[in-house]
Design a protein around this ligand. Structure first.
Ligand code: GLP
Length: 259
């Protein structure tokens, strides 16, 4: 696994956007897996800026979002559908037909998961998957569990996640209890993965994911088994990585390590 340690959120976001740009230059038909949450917003802003300056072209890029709340639709401000149009899609020259999102309003959640999995298969899988990480180590909405879920599936959100994510809901009672999420198996089939983390609150999850054993109780730890996974972390998110960075307590400059 590659680790890129950045001095702050801005540098993390720029570094991630530059890597996405490089992928699109190499493969203009890139199949890009996308994440929501606060973490990737800076990267999305940077991609919008680059797109407006003609540095990156999304004309033929295809996207698949990782997850969606059950019961929320495109008009709900808290839905990931709404989030993606607000924070990225409406600012770049991507074609609507190339955007893939899970339908949180589906009457048949299992059927929706199968439809999505099939769409990913038809697109020949994800080329580059962007991930954030939950405080409990979740990726997408793959919550800590006794097994690694493989394909896109229906999720019962953990109390932890519901409490933390309710910060995005004006009316906390609207916070859903379930979601749809691309599975760990599908994420791991991506040709390349980039995980972003920037806050101190993520430091424990990051340490467990990188230095701990691979186990489904820390879903992100599975990335240790991926042959092309990169974590772009701020020094705050990386502060628990004692074993790896024992000698360099201060890594305010960009550091790059293979672990
Ligand atoms: C949600 C999403 C995850 C995301 C996580 C972290 O739970 N399902 O994909 O990584 O939030 O969010 P944030 O970046 O706001 O900390």
């Amino acid at each position: 696994m590659e680790l890129i340690i950045t001095k702050d959120y801005k540098e993390m976001s720029q570094q991630a956007a530059v890597l996405v740009n490089a992928h699109v230059i190499v493969n203009p038909k890139l199949v890009l897996g996308l994440a929501t949450g606060n973490t990737p917003i800076g990267m999305y802003k940077e991609l919008i800026r680059m797109n407006k300056k003609g540095m990156i072209d999304f004309t033929n890029v295809v996207t698949f979002n990782l997850d969606e709340y059950l019961g929320l639709g495109p008009k709900d401000k808290e839905s990931y559908h709404y989030f993606m149009f607000q924070n990225l899609f409406s600012g770049i020259n991507i074609k609507r037909r190339n955007i893939n999102l899970l339908n949180g309003l589906t009457k048949d959640p299992n059927g929706e998961c199968e439809r999505y999995e099939e769409a990913i298969r038809k697109a020949d899988g994800i080329d580059l998957q962007i991930l954030g990480i939950g405080h409990n180590g979740h990726i997408g909405f793959n919550e800590p569990s006794d097994v690694f879920p493989t394909a896109t599936h229906v999720v019962a959100l953990s109390e932890d996640t519901r409490q933390i994510n309710s910060k995005f809901f004006k009316d906390k009672r609207k916070m859903p209890t379930g979601a749809l999420s691309v599975g760990i198996g599908t994420i791991m089939k991506a040709k390349e993965i980039i995980l972003l983390a920037n806050t101190k609150q993520k430091a424990e999850a990051i340490t467990m994911a990188i230095e701990g054993p691979v186990r489904p109780q820390v879903p992100a730890s599975v990335l240790q088994l991926h042959s092309k996974a990169t974590m772009i972390l701020t020094s705050q998110a990386a502060e628990g990585l004692g074993r790896i960075f024992k000698k360099s307590k201060k890594f305010s400059l960009l550091a790059h390590k293979t672990v």
